[in-house]
Design a protein around this ligand. Sequence first.
Ligand code: FAD
Length: 499
Amino acid sequence: MTRETTDVLLIGGGIVSATLASLIARLEPSWSVEVFERLDDVAAEASNGWNNAGTGHAALCELNYTPRTRNGSIEITKAVDVHEQFLITAQYWSSLVKEGALAAPSTFINSTPHLAFVRGDADRDFLAARHEALTSHHFFQSMDYSADSTTIEQWAPLLTRDRRTDESIAATYAAEGTDVDFGSITRQLFEDFTRRGGGLHTHTEVTALHRGTDGLWQVRSRDRTSGAVSVKRARTVLVGAGGWALKLLRSAGATEVRGYGLLPVSGTFLSTTAPEIVDQHQVKVYGKAPIGAPPMSMPHLDARIIDGQRSVLFGPFAGAIPKFLKNGSIWDLAGSLRADNLWPLTTMGVKNLNLVSLLARDLLATHASKVTALQAFAPSANETDWQAIVAGQRAQIVKPDTKGRGVLQFGTEVITSAEGTLAGVLGASPGASTAVPIALEILRRCFPQHVEAWETATLIDYIPSLRTSLASDPAFTEQVKEAITSSLDLDQPLAGKDR
Ligand SMILES: Cc1cc2nc3c(=O)[nH]c(=O)nc-3n(C[C@H](O)[C@H](O)[C@H](O)COP(=O)(O)OP(=O)(O)OC[C@H]3O[C@@H](n4cnc5c(N)ncnc54)[C@H](O)[C@@H]3O)c2cc1C
C-alpha cells in the first residue's frame, strides 16, 4: 500500500536500486520503501542483459586495471580492489540463493573463463609482466599465461583459426571468470522486494525533487501512461537513475555536483547465435584499447548466456549519441549544460581530442569495418554471421579539478547531500559487478547511525568478509571462494592454483 510519506524512495529500476531495495528490506523490514521507474519494466537500461557485456568484472582479464608505471613495473592495486569488490557482490548473491530469494544460479551466473589477449611483441611482453605481477597476489594465483598458439587454441579456438602462424600473440587464462545476466538478477531482486511488501511503480518518471522546511523530500512524478502528476514525500531519496542521476541531483539542489558534466558514450555490439561459433567460443576475451581510447572501448569477444540462450558478442563500438540513457532524449547533453560545467566540459574536450575523434570515427564505422576489427580477434569471422545490436548508453563523469579544468572519470562515484537524506550514483564502470559495495557505501553514508548494528547483526551473515580485507588474508579468501563456488554452483572453482 502506498503511504503518504515513505521512509526511502528509490529512483530507477536498475541493478543499483534493486540491490539497495533488497538490502534495506533485510536490514529494516519495518521501513516503507518505494521504487519509481520511468519505463514499463525494470532492468531496461544499462542493467539489461543485452545492454552490457555481462562480465563479472573481477580484474581477471581487463588490461586497463593493471597499468605499467613510469619505472616499468605493473601496478595491480586497482585489480586487487576490483577483485575484492566482486567477491563482496558474489557473497551477497550466494546468500540470497541459499535463502531462496534468487532462483537457480544458472539463471544469472555461469562459469566462463576470462582471457586477456594481445598481439605484437611489445604487448606480449606487457602481458607476461602483468601475469607475473598478478600471480604474486593470492587473488590471481590460478591465472595461466601462454604465448604458444597451440595452448591458446585449446583455450579459445577462434583466436587462432586462420591466423598467420608467424604472428606474435599471447594470452592469459583465468578459469574462474564468470558471465552474469545482470538483467535477470535485477528482476529477481525486485520480485523478492515486492514479495516482502516493497512498492514498485513502473512508468513513473520523477520530474523534480525538493526538500521542504520539514526536512522531508517532495518528489514530483508523472505517470507516463496517463500523464497524471503526483507528489510523494520521502525521508530519504536514493537516486539509482543511471545516466539521468546527475539531472535529478541537480534538481534536488545538491551543491556537491556543482561543475559536474557528463560525456555520453553510445555503443553497439556485433552479435551471433550461429551454433558453430557459439559452440567453439565459451570464454570471454579482452583485448587492449587503441592508444588514446577510453577503457570502455576496449574490445572484447564475449560468450553470453542470456535467458538461458547462448550467443557471442563482440564490441562495444563506442559512438557519440548525445543521450544519457538508451531511452533518453537527444536533448540530454544540451539540457545538461550549465554555467558551472561549460568550462570543465570544454577543457576536457580539448584535452581528449583523440577520444572525441575516436567516438566520431566509431559512429561512422560500417558493418564491414566492424567485422574487420572483429577479425583481429577471430580471423575466420564472416560478415554474414554477425548482426549489430545497440548496447546500453554510458554517461561518463566529467568533473572539475582543483583548477576548474574538466577531468574525465571512468569509475562510479557516490554522491551524498542534504545531511545524508539524498544520495546518487554517477558513472558506469565497473558497474553492475560492484553493485553490492556501491549500495553498501550509500547505506553507510546515509544511515551512519545504523551501520554498526546492521553490520554485526545482519550484513555479516550475508557477506562474511564484510569486516575483513580478503586482499590481505589468503586463507579466508580460499574459504570465501569455496563457499561462493558451491552456493553459486559454478563449474570452475574460484580458487588458488593448488586446488
Ligand atoms: C555497453 C556497456 C557494457 C557494460 N558492461 C558491463 C559488464 O560487462 N560488467 C559490468 O559489471 N558492468 C557493465 N556495464 C555497466 C553496468 O551495466 C552499469 O554500471 C549498471 O547496469 C548500472 O546500473 P544502474 O542501476 O545504476 O543503472 P541502469 O541500469 O541504467 O538503471 C537506471 C534506471 O533508472 C531509470 N530512470 C532514470 N531516470 C529516471 C527518472 N527520472 N524517474 C524514474 N526512473 C528513472 C531508468 O529508466 C533505468 O531503468 C556496462 C555498461 C554498458 C553501457
